[in-house]
Design a protein around this ligand. Structure first.
Ligand SMILES: Cc1cc2nc3c(=O)[nH]c(=O)nc-3n(C[C@H](O)[C@H](O)[C@H](O)COP(=O)(O)OP(=O)(O)OC[C@H]3O[C@@H](n4cnc5c(N)ncnc54)[C@H](O)[C@@H]3O)c2cc1C
Length: 278
């Protein structure tokens, strides 16, 4: 029997996460990998539509440079992504019939009418509040427990709606907002954790995290198309890969991955397996 082709890594899912993983793997010419995607297109939630001279996004419209990997994408595709104007930092929240600016500093956080006086006073006790015990606590439950109802309704709920178009009462914090979860898990409090992070000496990678907002004039699909083109050229992206099955072969110490493309069964072996699907 011929020995099977062994890859270094198989990535499942060609949304932005899988494509970004692939982009980093591609930097090592000796690293052999394949991305498997069930759809006939890459991009996942990111999908740009053009009509009558307008650009529409059916999924995300913007992002934040919140990891060094995103900063690297900016460096590698300088013409595809655009930083938002500083005006975009002014976020407006609808409360009752009026829009209110989301506080961006200590003074505005004290004077805003978005949050109740009770919660503003209560937040002073946040560093002393007991740590949660449920690893699967929802974002809604965690924020109400630590900060209060009004912070949940007028800061966190609109933010989560904008990012996930999801219900914060159902999203598990550990998965949806791992950095927020880590603040409480590692430091016992959001405030104590935020202060500890501010004091920590930043690595070169962390210095790239500017928190700037970005989008793309031509639509975010230009980024996912540019990424997937790299892999199609390198023959390391398989679209229409259906019924993927994975199992770890103890005898080979390898992952065995089978799937079907246009009805034909294919099989790959790999040392590492990364899945980006929910
Ligand atoms: C309406 C909406 C608006 C959003 N707005 C924003 C925003 O403004 N800013 C922001 O930062 N985020 C936003 N988000 C969230 C953002 O879109 C996601 O966090 C991000 O796109 C997730 O990328 P991903 O690669 O992890 O997952 P996905 O984009 O879901 O990609 C997963 C990929 O895996 C594939 N796949 C799934 N199952 C299998 C399988 N069994 N076999 C093979 N392939 C499989 C899917 O087809 C897909 O291509 C929004 C989301 C939605 C839905």
């Amino acid at each position: 029997m011929n020995s099977p082709l062994t890859l270094d890594t198989i990535v499942i899912g060609a949304g932005l996460t899988g494509l970004t993983v692939g982009h980093h793997l591609l930097k090592d010419p000796n690293h052999k990998f394949t991305i498997l995607e069930k759809e006939e297109r890459a991009g996942g939630q990111i999908r740009t539509l053009k009509k009558d001279g307008f650009t529409f996004e059916s999924g995300p419209t913007s992002g934040i440079i919140s990891t060094s990997e995103v900063a690297d994408l900016f460096e590698d595709f300088p013409n595809l992504l655009n930083l938002a104007t500083p005006l975009a930092k002014r976020r407006m929240i609808l409360k009752g019939q009026e829009f209110h600016p989301l506080p961006s500093g200590l003074i505005s956080a004290i004077t805003t009418t978005l949050f109740s006086t009770k919660d503003k006073i209560r937040i002073l006790g946040e560093p002393f509040r007991a740590k949660g015990t449920d690893p699967n606590e929802s974002i809604g439950h965690l924020v109400k427990r630590r900060l209060g109802e009004s912070y949940f309704h007028y800061a966190v709920d609109p933010f989560i709606g904008g990012i996930y178009a999801g219900d914060p009462e159902k999203l598990v914090t550990r998965h949806a907002l791992p950095k927020l979860y880590a603040l409480e898990a590692n430091h016992g409090s959001f405030i104590k954790g935020a202060i500890a992070l501010m004091k920590k000496k930043k690595t070169e990678d962390e210095k790239k995290i500017t928190k700037a907002i970005f989008s793309s004039h031509e639509g975010l699909s230009t980024l996912t198309s540019a990424l997937s083109d790299e892999f199609l050229k390198a023959n390391s992206l398989k679209l229409g890969a259906l019924n993927i099955e994975v199992r770890f072969r103890e005898d080979l110490q390898l992952w065995q991955v089978t799937f079907y493309v246009k009805g034909e069964k294919e099989e790959l072996f790999s040392r590492n397996l990364i899945t980006t699907i929910g």
